[in-house]
Design a binder for this molecule. Structure first.
Ligand SMILES: Cc1cc2nc3c(=O)[nH]c(=O)nc-3n(C[C@H](O)[C@H](O)[C@H](O)COP(=O)(O)OP(=O)(O)OC[C@H]3O[C@@H](n4cnc5c(N)ncnc54)[C@H](O)[C@@H]3O)c2cc1C
Length: 470
């Protein structure tokens, strides 16, 4: 990428998460003068409270789980039975996580400043006609003329009137890193990605966990076979999963919490973690006044090159409601900058997005899904290969998981895939490459995989789709 010729443009970015900071880097590379206004710290919620801290917590939890299964690989520990368990020091775990997040935020700031981006700590708002105000943390207000404005203000946890977090026992996912001790019994309300990941994390850390799910099964938006594997693993490891149980309210009672369900049942525990969705941070920053259209849910309406309804105003990331992933936020931001600054641009294509749920096993997906096939959005042939037949999986004592591939009949191109496995996040990439580049099942099947390896199952699934045809 090189600077685009012409008079230098001023890009003003509101929000310093992946949508904002990636855009700032691209805009600077393209030769623009860039100002970024961020009110919480660079890296945004992704780095400081959401994505990075939760994955760091899960890394500790997964490490601990390995002790629990060591015996099956013939590893024993010295000492008496009672001594033979790993224990997490939550205070230390959380300190490590907070330090790690802060260090990443500092790295991002250094990277931005090294390419000349002006970082302003404060709250940004639109004034209309290409002007932006920043109410700085110092108490001053600055105003800027912008040729291009990018709004990347993200989301925050949804709070219900009947379940108000107190930061001590009733917590949002952003407050758990203040805990100094492991909860005795954590009730996780909400079984979407955040609820499932954090329920998994605390179970692995050694906590009693109850997962309250309003739907028939956990992870309702995901591949049903994959979600069933995860729910079974959760239950097998001792998690109590309450399906078809909608939370009505959460209250403190003594040293604990009471979660009341809509059917009148009450669940008691020591702490409650609320994971009931997010709301966009789009209020009170002059968007509608500046002509930016919002959806009913309050998200900013954008097209595939991240344009809003207002001339010169772009938006990226969770505040657009397109797909709440850090990678998508960053891509939307890069596209916005390329489009606004006159660089070559390809509109956003969500079919190639690799996504992962960091449970154990993990669920990684790309492209068309089983629901797309079943609901008639696409015609596809499907093969599912359980990992139980994979030699590497047997060696590693992996009992749960599968590889699923979707191909388009006729062309035999791979159009989607699901991997349920430990570190599926690392295994989905070859399928992502195949989907993005329209590789055929034969091209994938004829690519060497290491023997023995988990990727061998991807090649094997592709081979089965070939034999399907003859
Ligand atoms: C628990 C959890 C785990 C997740 N894990 C993953 C994962 O593993 N992988 C993945 O890809 N995604 C993950 N996500 C999603 C990911 O965090 C988001 O998609 C990503 O943060 C979106 O980036 P963003 O730039 O849109 O917003 P954010 O990261 O939310 O950043 C927006 C920033 O803008 C700031 N801001 C808001 N209003 C203003 C204003 N007026 N002025 C100045 N600044 C403002 C906010 O303070 C915030 O710092 C996770 C989400 C959650 C909740």
């Amino acid at each position: 990428m090189r600077a685009v010729s012409g008079p230098q443009k001023h890009v003003v970015i509101i929000g310093g998460g992946p949508g904002g900071y990636e855009s700032a880097l691209v805009a600077a590379q393209l030769g623009a003068r860039v100002t970024i206004v961020e009110d919480d710290g660079l890296g945004g919620a992704a780095v400081l409270t959401d994505c990075v801290p939760s994955k760091a917590l899960i890394a500790t939890s997964d490490f601990m789980s390995r002790f629990a299964t060591a015996g099956r690989l013939g590893v024993g520990f010295e000492g008496t039975e009672e001594d033979q368990h790993a224990e997490a020091n939550v205070d230390q775990v959380n300190h490590r996580i907070i330090d790690l997040a802060k260090a990443q935020s500092t790295d991002i700031r250094a990277q931005l400043e090294s390419v000349g981006v002006q970082v302003r700590p404060g709250r940004g708002r639109l004034l209309g006609n290409g002007r932006v105000a920043a109410d700085l943390s110092s108490g001053q207000t600055e105003e800027y003329d912008a040729d291009v404005i990018l709004v990347a203000t993200g989301c925050k946890p949804r709070i219900m009137d009947t379940a108000t977090p107190d930061g001590e026992r009733i917590l949002t996912w952003q407050q758990i890193y203040d805990l100094t001790e492991l909860p005795d019994h954590l009730i996780v309300v909400g079984s979407g990605v955040t609820g499932a990941e954090l329920a998994h994390a605390y179970l692995g850390l050694g906590c009693e966990v109850t997962l309250v799910s309003s739907r028939d099964r956990v992870l309702p938006g995901e591949d049903a076979d994959a979600a069933t594997v995860i729910e079974n693993v959760f239950r097998r490891h001792g998690m109590k999963v309450l399906n078809r149980s909608r939370m009505q309210s959460v209250r403190r009672e003594g040293d604990g919490v009471v979660v009341t369900l809509e059917d009148g049942r009450e669940v008691t525990g020591s702490h409650a973690l609320l994971a009931v969705g997010s709301v966009p941070q789009t209020k009170g920053i002059g968007l509608e006044e500046a002509g930016v259209e919002l959806s009913k849910s309050g998200h900013i309406v954008v097209d595939r090159v991240s344009r809003t309804s207002a001339q010169g105003v772009y938006a990226a990331g969770d505040c657009t409601g397109v797909l709440p992933l850090a990678s998508v936020a960053a891509m939307q931001g890069r596209i916005a900058m390329a489009h606004s600054l006159g660089d070559a641009v390809a509109p956003l294509n969500l079919r190639g997005v690799c996504a992962n749920i960091f449970t154990d096993p993990e669920i990684a997906t790309v492209g068309y899904s089983q629901a797309d096939v079943e609901e008639g959005r696409i015609e596809a042939r499907v093969v599912t290969l359980p990992l139980s037949t994979n030699p590497r999986a047997k060696m590693r004592n992996i009992r749960d998981g599968f590889v699923k591939l979707f191909t388009r009949p006729g062309s035999n191109t791979i159009i989607g895939g699901v991997v349920v496995a430990p570190q599926a996040s690392e295994l989905i990439y070859p399928i992502g490459l195949a989907v993005q580049n329209r590789l055929t099942v034969d091209q994938v099947a004829n690519t060497f995989s290491v023997y023995p390896s988990m990727t061998g199952s991807i090649a094997e699934a592709a081979r089965r789709l070939h034999s399907h045809d003859v």
